[in-house]
Design a protein around this ligand. Structure first.
Ligand SMILES: [Cu+2]
Length: 175
């Protein structure tokens, strides 16, 4: 009971985290975590904002400031795992999956990523696709264009089941 109260408190304190997910996610959350949905509904967050809104917003491909290459590997690592950008920059993350299993890069707050990872762990077959993420098959390349509008330290992670827990995550410092 105490743990659940803490979770609700965290949700209320992070209004932009994970509340505006697509129908599939919300449907599952409704079924799986009625207490959480209740908390969200009370806060009125469900209808607000977009994905990873607290971190920035989907970038305009015509206004890319620079490209940063990111490698994903089966040892559950992103290379680089520490990225520094300036506030306002629009970054094209050119990601490559150098491994033999599926990986992805999802930008968000740590709270948001943890919740999402938990959902992915419970629903391994879940297909998800949002502007704040890129999912890559083995050997595939892809891109994610994101504008970092706020200063601070933000996170990215691979939310394939178990990968986040195995340490497949990184940080973006926005100066
Ligand atoms: Cu992965």
């Amino acid at each position: 009971m105490k743990a659940r109260m803490l979770m609700l408190a965290a949700l209320v304190l992070t209004p932009t985290a994970a509340f505006a997910h697509d129908e599939t996610h919300q449907g599952m959350m409704r079924g799986m975590m009625p207490g959480m949905m209740h908390g969200m509904a009370q806060g009125g967050h469900a209808a607000e904002g977009g994905h990873a809104e607290g971190v920035g917003k989907p970038g305009d491909p015509e206004k890319v400031s620079r490209t940063i290459r990111v490698l994903m590997s089966d040892d559950m690592k992103f290379t680089p795992a520490r990225i520094v950008v300036r506030r306002g920059e629009t970054i094209r993350f050119a990601a490559r999956n150098a491994g033999k299993i599926k990986h992805e890069m999802v930008i968000g707050s740590m709270e948001e990523l943890k919740q999402h990872a938990e959902m992915m762990r419970k629903m391994p077959g879940m297909v998800h696709a949002d502007p704040n993420m890129v999912t890559l098959a083995p050997g595939e390349t892809g891109e994610l264009i994101w504008q970092f509008t706020k200063a601070g330290t933000f996170d990215f992670a691979c939310l394939q089941p178990g990968h986040f827990e195995a340490g497949m995550r990184g940080e973006v410092s926005v100066k």
